[in-house]
Design a protein around this ligand. Sequence first.
Ligand code: ADP
Ligand code: MG
Length: 207
Amino acid sequence: MTTEQFVQLWQCFGTVVRAHQEHLDDLDRAIGDGDHGTNLTRGLGKMQDLWKDPIDTERNLADLSKKVGMTLLSTVGGASGALWGSALVKAAPVLPSASACDDETLVLWIETFVSNIEERGKAQVGDKTMVDVMRPAVNWLKASTQEGSARLPVLRELARQWSEDTKDLQARRGRASYLGARSIGHVDPGSFSSALWWACVDRVLGG
Ligand code: ADP
Ligand code: MG
């Protein structure tokens, strides 16, 4: 991954989240407070300011992960902002202070921020959160990278399916958990936005 691809990844995420803002809010309205699409759109929109910064011409990956995380922390709000933001800040040192990294480092970075999300949110697979997409996706990526055959378009489809699968689960973390069994029958909004993120990984890094 190069710094250019890093920037493209977050620009892509901003674009697709904006395109799905209403749907994400609708999902969150069913089992939360209806702000997930609005929250993410606000933070990812604000992030565009980062790419205009002239000081940022000498970008390095570690710095970018930290800046993106800090921007999400301060602008997204809600549980998702705190989780994405702090995880990206904490994962920044995994990336080199250089303008590119190899695939192994890229996977390690993603795995580190997913682990940070799990730690901070105390959520596991099956709890009906973004972890239900992020964890299996990074495990799949890791395994297929080791085999030397990361087929990102396949992963993109799997991520959508994993998000869809959260419908049958009862929420055990976050706002939706207050609903108990009534949370069953609805897709978790954070899992849906996570699947959008993996679609961008495919679009930007899929070759
Ligand atoms: P809020 O719930 O504060 O309004 P958002 O609506 O922006 O925040 O985000 C909700 C999403 O955050 C949920 O759909 C879920 O995927 C994710 N989430 C909430 N709590 C946790 C947690 N403890 N661990 C992991 N993900 C969580
Ligand atoms: Mg919400």
